[in-house]
Design a binder for this molecule. Structure first.
Ligand code: HPA
Length: 260
């Protein structure tokens, strides 16, 4: 157990279905700016249990920024500037793997990036040297293990593995595209996992993904994907996501950053 009063704040990036974090005792809500522009929302700073947290709504509050237009660089920079060294990205996803149906929770361990045209690195412009970060393991394993322990502790239905296929959106996939994703080894598909994870790594922050399956990926059920299906899965599954966040928060805060 950590002494969370001394921990740096943990960043939580909420996605679809998590534009605000109930349970967060809000202390301040402040709009910020960065050299990369404005983040998607004001930073909401407060306490979850006794752990300092900075919450940011990836699609804005209210939800208005589509996945391909999120300013991922500004979001990560704003969290870093606020002292955050560990980030939990909460993502709504489509399930490809058989065990990943609606309302199932996944703590993935790998990514395949199919996005394009997004500002996806801090290393551009006039640089002293070219930088290639190592990205073999895109999610911080110690952080993943803390989320896994919390999900287990709460008796939730979850998977402790998964390859996250990050697609461009904002449209959903065709059935054939999902067959290709599956052939590539993807277990789940979402639109916001990248470049978020890589940007966190470039800043030397710990990063972990907590995904909620909100629909069977296209062609993986006998019906087309509807907003009603997605909303029902969010209603059913988001309480589990919040419980995992609450239980794991102070241990996440105690993690050492990759670089300071
Ligand atoms: N595909 C891509 N992104 C998603 C999906 C999906 O099926 N569901 C939620 N986000």
């Amino acid at each position: 157990m950590s002494i969370s009063g001394h921990n740096p704040p943990v960043g939580i990036i909420g996605g679809t279905g998590l534009t605000t974090l109930s349970g967060l005792q809000i202390q301040t809500e402040r709009p910020v700016d960065t050299p990369w522009g404005q983040p998607s929302s004001a930073l909401v700073e407060g306490l979850l249990g006794d752990q300092a947290v900075v919450f940011l709504s990836r699609h804005g509050n209210p939800h208005r920024i589509p996945p391909h237009q999120v300013n991922y660089r500004a979001n990560l920079q704003a969290l870093h500037d606020a002292g955050v060294r560990t980030v939990v990205g909460v993502n709504a996803v489509g399930g490809i793997h058989l065990e990943m149906g609606p309302a199932h929770i996944v703590i993935p361990d790998q990514i395949i990036d199919y996005t394009w045209g997004r500002a996806s690195t801090f290393f551009e412009g006039e640089l002293d040297e070219t930088t290639h970060i190592d990205f073999t393991w895109p999610y911080t394993e110690t952080a993943r293990q803390l989320l896994i322990a919390a999900a287990r502790d709460q008796n939730l239905a979850f998977s402790d593995f998964g390859v996250y296929g990050a697609t461009q959106g904002p449209r959903l996939e065709t059935a054939a595209e999902v067959v290709r994703l599956e052939r590539d080894g993807c277990d789940l598909v979402g639109m916001t996992g990248m470049p978020e994870a890589a940007l966190a790594a470039e800043l030397g922050m710990n990063y972990v993904c907590l995904a909620l399956v909100v629909n069977h990926a296209a062609g993986k059920s006998d019906h087309i994907i509807t907003m009603a299906e997605i909303e029902a899965a969010i209603d059913q599954g988001m309480s589990g996501i919040k419980r995992i966040l609450e239980v794991s928060m102070s241990d996440l805060g105690a993690l050492t950053p990759q670089f300071s």
